[in-house]
Design a protein around this ligand. Structure first.
Ligand code: HEM
Length: 427
């Protein structure tokens, strides 16, 4: 078997399957052989070049001209004609947003819309996020057992995102249901039957998002990032076109919701499985920010991203032809021993943990990274104070949405003894 450049495909590369059990369970471990022997390889099963070492993944992220992000949200599994018809019936018209826009449009748009994401402008949100977290904890704190994903981690990032965007509260409920469908639609390998159900859900997600946007557009005086974007569109329609607003209204919810829900789930699972580290952050909550970075390194929620080569080029010594598609695997880069000492060890005192590539790198680096970090910090803060004795329920099984890029268990059961709660809140 040969790659598109005519080179032989190794048996390991031929066997690589991003939908197989080993990658789905632990993408970094599944690519250990690649980091060690063949850091850039063509995967015939995927039709992509897979990049697994830290320096190469970072170099691809850094050069968004040679490696265009235009395919970042392309459907990995093409839709059958019936699914396309369903989407059309909802007027689905997903175009470029931010994450998949090329230069120079991308940077002009990003600069116009960046303000709300700056750390100094995010500070105002922390108090209400904390209140929200406390309210959700109050719902289960006396029960002694909870599925943190279902009862909290999926809810908080969606509520925070909707409020950050300025979406009226009454419209929020509908949107919560659909973002899973978008993940499977974009990064999954659904069967033809599943494609039809997913197309229905994505279509409804799109339609709901458009109805909300229409209402916001009709009266663009409210507060929130979507209102800022609408106002910018009115002043700079060429830089912030209407197609961007329509696509972003849906895409930003996926960008903000599942990424953060999964990252929080992964962080709790990792910390509670490493009890010494958990005890350390309980004793000294000032360690929480560095513990979060280490969790994002070893158990990030975005494990792989995509680029397409705009010219013939070379990555890690391997020739990539113009038009070659790349799967750059951040989860693997984050465990590269040439960058992180003893990369498989979980170490909340690691000096360079924050150099992980989970948020991407360069011109497109995640705009919402500090919102995500703030949410995770506040949630951990409240847990170490109010439920330091929480522990994972033993022998639970973890399930994942089968897809290449978004990773996090769909439930996380924990237990504790309510009588030992250090703080009981009076309502
Ligand atoms: C872009 C990860 C949370 C908004 C990205 C990218 C990644 C990512 C990998 C692409 C980076 C690149 O191409 O270099 C994550 C992770 C999150 C998270 C792991 C949570 C732990 C959020 C949140 C928001 C957000 C909460 C918004 C409220 C965005 C936006 C972009 C982006 C707007 C596009 C930036 C651009 O292309 O210029 N994110 N994200 N993300 N993210 Fe996030």
């Amino acid at each position: 078997m040969k790659s598109p450049t005519g080179c032989p495909v190794s048996p390991e590369a031929a066997a690589f399957d991003p939908f197989g059990a080993s990658y789905q369970l632990d993408p970094a471990e599944a690519l250990r052989w690649s980091r060690e022997q063949e850091p850039v390889f063509f995967s015939p099963k995927l039709g992509y070049w897979v990049v697994s070492r830290f320096d190469d993944v970072k170099a691809v992220f850094r050069d968004n001209i040679t490696f265009s992000p235009s395919i970042a949200l392309e459907k990995l599994t093409p839709a059958p004609p019936e699914a396309t018809k369903i989407l059309e019936s909802y007027g689905f018209a997903m175009r470029r947003t931010m994450v998949n826009e090329d230069e120079p449009d991308h940077m002009e748009r990003r600069r116009l819309l960046m303000d709300a994401f700056l750390p100094e402008n995010l500070e105002q949100h922390e108090a209400w996020v904390r209140e929200l977290v406390r309210d959700y904890m109050d719902l289960f704190i006396d029960k002694g057992r909870a599925d943190l994903v279902g009862e909290m981690f999926r809810e908080i990032p969606m509520t925070v995102a909707l409020r950050f965007l300025g979406v009226p509260h009454e419209d929020a409920k509908e949107l919560r249901k659909f973002s899973v469908a978008h993940t499977l639609n974009t990064w999954g390998r659904p069967s033809p039957e599943q494609q039809l159900q997913i197309a229905e859900d994505v279509g409804r997600f799109w339609k709901t998002a458009q109805d909300i946007l229409d209402r916001m557009y009709a009266e663009p005086t409210g507060e929130g990032w979507m209102y800022d974007s609408i106002r910018m569109h009115k002043v700079h329609p060429a830089i912030v076109p209407e197609s961007y607003l329509r696509s972003m209204m849906m895409a930003i919810l996926v960008a903000a919701h599942e990424t953060t829900a999964f990252a929080t789930t992964n962080a709790f699972r990792t910390l509670l499985s490493n009890r010494e580290s958990w005890n350390d952050i309980c004793e000294n909550p000032a360690l929480i920010p560095s513990a979060i970075e280490e969790c994002l390194r070893v158990a990030g929620s975005v494990v792989a991203w995509r680029r397409i080569a705009t010219d013939d080029t070379i990555v890690g010594g391997e020739k990539i032809p113009k038009g070659g598609k790349l799967l750059i695997v951040q989860a693997s880069a984050n465990r590269d021993q040439s960058h992180f000492e003893n990369p498989d060890d979980f170490d909340i005192y690691r000096h360079n943990a924050a150099e992980h590539l989970t948020f991407g790198y360069g011109a497109h680096q995640c705009m919402g990274k500090n919102i995500a970090r703030m949410e995770m910090r506040v949630i951990l803060d409240e847990f170490v104070r109010r439920l330091p004795h929480v522990h994972l329920v033993e022998d639970q099984t973890f399930e994942y949405l089968p897809n290449t890029s978004f990773r996090g268990a769909t439930s996380l059961w924990v237990e504790w003894e309510p009588a030992q709660n250090p703080e009981r809140r009076t309502r």
